[in-house]
Design a protein around this ligand. Structure first.
Ligand SMILES: [Zn+2]
Length: 185
């Protein structure tokens, strides 16, 4: 009887001591930068498959906190297709998106690997930034067609690093973000 009470007390006391320690742990521990692996399926990107791989490689080189890995099937949270419209991205949360490598921009002379890197930027949580500069990926359609850079600007890489570390909630289909890359929208 007494032993039972004593045990119960010990357990309660033990929990009472443990709880603050547990809750304090995340604040005091150094944040561990876990690499976020994002699988993308470029199987539907047709003639742009290599361009998508090149765009993904550019992001991997610029942001050590993420790793874009080609995959097929349900494992992939980023799906890339090709069609005759404008390049665009439907974004459902960090690393969750459907991308269309639209041929209209390619027909206008834009460089496919740069288009892919731009659209992947949307999948990684970056909005359009139409500042006309070639050293920014998210300048997209506002940069000159002669621009062949696939390297994210340091501020873009920094933002994706922050996005990778934050718990960005997944968006439902109704709350998707849509980025259409032409001047009409
Ligand atoms: Zn865009």
């Amino acid at each position: 009887m007494f032993r039972k009470i004593a045990t119960a007390l010990l357990v309660t006391l033990g929990l009472a001591f443990l709880m603050p320690a547990l809750s304090a742990a995340p604040a005091s521990a150094a944040p561990l930068a876990a690499v976020r692996t994002i699988y993308y399926d470029a199987g539907g990107a047709q003639e742009f498959r290599a361009a998508v791989d090149e765009g993904a490689a550019a992001w991997n080189a610029a942001v050590p906190a993420i790793r874009l890995v080609p995959a097929s099937g349900s494992q992939a949270t980023v799906k890339v297709y090709a069609d005759n419209g404008w390049p665009r991205t439907y974004m459902y949360g960090f690393g969750r998106a459907v991308i269309y490598m639209g041929r209209e921009a390619v027909d206008d002379g834009f460089y496919p690997p740069r288009i892919a890197a731009h659209e992947l930027g949307h999948a990684l949580g970056l909005p359009d930034n139409r500042n006309g500069r070639c050293d920014y990926l998210m300048s997209g359609h506002s940069s000159p067609v002669s621009c062949k850079s696939t390297t994210p600007h340091p501020t873009e890489a920094a933002q994706v690093t922050r996005n990778a570390g934050s718990r960005v909630p997944a968006l439902t289909a109704a709350r998707q973000l849509q980025y259409a890359d032409c001047y009409v929208f």
